[in-house]
Design a protein around this ligand. Sequence first.
Ligand code: PEP
Ligand code: MG
Length: 552
Amino acid sequence: MNLPKRFAGLPVSEGIALGTLHIADTETAVSATPEEVGEAFAAVAAERFALAERLRDAGREQEAAIIEVGGLIAADPLLADPAVAAVRDGGDVATAVRQATEAQAAVLEALPNPEMAERAGDVRQVAHAVLDRLSQAGAAPRPAGDFILVRREVSPADLIELAEAGLVGAVSVAGGASSHAAIIARGLGVPMIAGTDPAVLATPAGQRGLLDADAGELIVGPEAGDLPAVLTGHDLSQRQPGPVGSDEPARTADGREITVLCNVASAAETRRGLAAGAAGVGLLRTEIPYTEALAWPTLAEDQAQLEPILSLLTGRPATVRLLDFSGDKIPPFLRDEAGVGSGPSGEAAGLAALLAHRTALPDQLRAILQAGRGTNLAVLIPMVSSLDEVRQVRDVLTKTAAALGADLPRLGIMVELQVTAAAAATFAPAVDFFSIGTNDLTGQVLGLDRRDPTAKPALAADPRVLALIARVADAGRQAGIGVSVCGDSAADPLVLPLLIGLGVNTLSVPAARVERVRTWLAGLDTPACAALAAAALQASTVDQVRDLVPPL
Ligand code: PEP
Ligand code: MG
């Protein structure tokens, strides 16, 4: 028997999957003919011109002009011809494209006119797009039937797009349990490992793979006859979705009612969460499909995204978060050369960018109000750090609702920055509810980036994070507003009892975890959880907290 290859990885979304490997990035150098290089430049130009036209049709002239500049750059023979010629002379494709674009970028950067100098960033973006296109063309086509996606960095948008197209598992070289790809994988119930050896990208196309994301291992190339041996110790039955959940409210063992909602970014997750017994959606991450976008979504794109999800939520809670282009979700048009921060034209990322843009916020609110008409609608502001941000959003929301003749939805904030959690009592009178984002809050308190392989939901049990959660819960109680937790630690067996002990009554958890969380809640006793939380707040380290909390 051929010995299958094994690749270890960090388990970031549990489960076991069997399928054909789909290697969407290749480790080998990009290979292409000179003609293909020329065609890739032309295709990037065409893509940008088409997007510019859509933006212009939507009345977004300024952005259309920016995107069009990208199209003109890609179509410029001064850029494409030297790259094509270098490849014809036997040069490496990636080097040829980079050298040709760097030469042009350097010319622009040297210009005295600052606006022209900034176009150097656009030239580099074109180079990225051309190389992306060429490496995708070199990658194997998507296999028919069940497949496991393998990428250098699996993006959350990949998972959403492929969720109903045969995707059964994912393997990422980069990232960890707090990356958004991992979060979406948990929501979809797709097994995933991260931090895998890049050598996995060199696996030949079409091989079968067994992904055991509980054990943190991808086994490549088990042939049909080898499977019984390979499968020993791997229980494939876990892949099957569990039984349909109950519509009854979730309760602790002592009868306290807890509202369990689900976190989603797609209709597929929403259906899954509702079938498992979620009362509705507590966090709709609207930015996920746009993490690779070239411009702010148009009104039509907002509507097309929201309608299929919100139409499933008639009469139920539907908490829609405004676009959160922060952390590991900053799209190319807001990224600087280092891949973070601000875009080539100097735009800030995150909430500041949304508030500064002329149409993105009113367009999104309009789409939310229209698509959410039949739901128990709430709007959630991400990454809030000041009362002024809340006031700005409330103004636009009030005007948009009045223009549409729509009811004013509840307006809440994500409490996910340390300053905001510490000042929760100041924010409480200005908002209708708090939703605690333990993913970012924990990362900030502990100094861990979202992609850091050591970041994980259980770290919200750190006494410093718990103290902030307790503070927010108290501020909410005193102001008489709702407090929910929508970070992934709400579905973590170590943190869940502590949240219940701190008085949290609403949880929003990954769609595929709803049933398990309901079951865990049924085994918890509120007074015992309160005693645990009080003891945890007195502890010094997360390990001490772990020793206090009995396993669920
Ligand atoms: C959080 O930070 O906990 C949160 C729910 O937001 P996101 O994971 O989308 O950043
Ligand atoms: Mg967050």
